[in-house]
Ligand binder design. Structure first.
Ligand SMILES: *[C@@H]1O[C@H](CO)[C@@H](O)[C@H](O)[C@H]1NC(C)=O
Ligand SMILES: *[C@@H]1O[C@H](CO)[C@@H](O)[C@H](O)[C@H]1NC(C)=O
Ligand SMILES: [Zn+2]
Length: 500
């Protein structure tokens, strides 16, 4: 009784004796703690070794950030990606992130993953013809002069190259078709449509070269290799599945194209058994009418029937602001929704309340498993709750969004808000080859340093990697996660031991 009273008096007098200043200070600190507890990765507990690794990583991160805070005019990540993409690769933090096991890459388009230098090398292959037109170029493999229309004349790439004045200069000019990186993006890429047009031109120019069956398979094999070298263990790849051709004049349809991917993956996994394979998301162009979508769905079902373990699901691609809204295909998509899993691109836009923004409503109502981009999601409080409730992962591609002009300064990317509220996020890279980024390391680095809070640490990185497996459709998920844990522990040990 006495003790209770004494205790009571003590508590009251303490409270009373607290100054207004202390109360405010307490509350402020409480706010910080509450927000830290809400952040993506908050549920992870770091081991002793991970805590040591965290110190190393946070020391590097804070140094870079604090320097940027003092000298914002030279803070790399507020500039255009083209200006810092090579420089950051030299930073110690980048090298750690490159070595870090990153789980899976879940949002990537098949013909946009490798560098322009890789694509340039393909032009050295035999039987490649070229037709140079005013600002464009057509490429085609053939065993004699192509019959396809050409505004000038078809010639063998080999002849064009070696009859040029300067082969190096010829290749430098050719390389420009295989990248959207330029010296003066602020002047040239004045709005989203300009940069998208250049971006789409890349796919048009390379399309007929890549869809030569031997190149198609080699490109995919080498993509898996690059992905594996970036410390990724599994991939889900989106493809429009174009018809392929060979020199005998045979044309392969979309189902056969999917089969050629399946065969390539199987071959790759045989060569590299530490890689956990790849699945396909059939993602044809959205700039079409409803009856074409109906055809697409038919094709998707055929692939599913033939290769049920290989097809992850269905999506539609293309610039959403200019493309046909998902709503136009709602009937077709509703009919197929029990047969196919959806992984829709949606909300890859700066517009609010327009059709591209509202594609997110359709995607979620159609039961999409994940959303590609969801860049516009912060403007939709109800949808934000809904993706969390339903466990719909957001496939966020920060570099794609900056290069394709949705956001200029990385610090303003809406991902900051997704991370702060612990939405189900997976990081991906969309078409990293086209802007000369690594398969996933650049996106992780920029997110960690330029988008997430200064307080976000190793817990965030680990959670993002784990999420990529958790929200994937990988077979034997538990086994893959277990293998990830082993690699992660190895990575942490080596980081702590070497201090790199
Ligand atoms: C920009 O990146 C380079 C290479 O990592 C680094 O040396 C430099 O300090 C960075 N600048 C800032 C302000 O972070
Ligand atoms: C292109 O080919 C050259 C010569 O075979 C090779 O050294 C280089 O590594 C290749 N580049 C890429 C990006 O594959
Ligand atoms: Zn995409």
């Amino acid at each position: 009784m006495w003790t209770t009273l004494v205790y009571f008096l003590l508590v009251v007098s303490c409270a009373v004796s607290k100054t207004e200043y202390e109360n405010v200070l307490d509350e402020r600190n409480d706010f910080i703690q509450r927000e830290l507890d809400m952040m993506l990765g908050n549920d992870i507990t770091l081991s002793d070794n991970e805590l040591k690794a965290n110190e190393i990583i946070m020391d590097l991160k804070c140094k870079e950030l604090d320097f940027g805070f003092q000298s914002p005019h030279i803070f790399n990540l507020s500039k255009h990606f083209f200006e810092y993409k090579d420089a950051v690769k030299e930073s110690a933090l980048y090298k750690i992130i490159q070595k870090m096991p990153k789980g899976a890459i879940l949002h990537a388009h098949d013909t946009g993953l490798l560098s322009p230098d890789y694509v340039l090398n393909i032009t050295y292959m035999e039987n490649l013809y070229v037709c140079f037109e005013e600002d464009t170029m057509q490429l085609l493999f053939s065993d004699n002069i192509p019959k396809e229309s050409c505004g000038t004349k078809w010639q063998l790439m080999h002849d064009a190259r070696y009859s040029s004045v300067d082969v190096e200069e010829f290749d430098a000019e050719l390389r420009k078709y295989f990248t959207i990186v330029i010296d003066d993006p602020h002047e040239i890429y004045t709005d989203i449509n300009v940069v998208w047009s250049r971006f789409q031109q890349y796919f048009i120019t390379t399309g007929s070269m890549f869809s030569y069956k031997p190149v198609w398979e080699q490109y995919f094999y080498d993509t898996l290799k690059a992905v594996r070298e970036d410390n990724i263990m599994y991939m889900e790849i989106r493809s429009v599945l174009p018809p392929l051709y060979d020199l005998n004049g045979k044309v392969y349809d979309s189902v056969e194209t999917a089969e050629s991917y399946k065969i390539t993956v199987d071959r790759f996994v045989k060569d590299y058994p530490d890689f956990y394979g790849a699945k396909l998301i059939y993602a044809p162009l959205r700039m079409v009418d409803a009856s074409t979508v109906k055809q697409y769905i038919k094709t998707a079902k055929k692939i599913k029937k033939k290769m049920p373990d290989f097809l992850a699901g269905f999506d539609l691609v293309g610039q959403e602001d200019l493309g046909v809204p998902t709503k136009e295909f709602l009937l077709e998509l509703v009919h197929a929704k029990d047969d196919l899993d959806y992984f829709f691109h949606a909300g890859e836009t700066n517009w609010n309340g327009m059709s591209s923004d509202e594609n997110m409503y359709d995607a979620i109502a159609l039961g999409t498993k994940r959303i590609g981009h969801a860049f516009a999601l912060t403007k939709h409080p109800y949808l934000m709750e809904e993706v969390k409730r339903r466990g719909i992962a957001l496939e966020v591609n920060v570099l794609s969004n900056t290069v394709l002009k949705l956001v200029g300064d990385m610090r303003n990317h809406p991902l900051a808000s997704f991370l702060a509220r612990d939405l189900p996020v997976v990081l991906s890279s969309d078409d990293p080859g086209v802007w000369e980024a690594d398969p996933l390391s650049h996106d992780f680095f920029v997110t960690f340093l330029g988008v997430a809070s200064r307080h976000a640490d190793l817990k965030l990185l680990k959670k993002l990697a784990l999420n990529s497996l958790y929200y994937s459709t990988v077979k034997d998920k538990d086994k893959v996660v277990h293998e990830f844990e082993i690699r992660w522990t190895k990575f942490i040990d080596s980081l702590v031991k070497d201090k790199w």
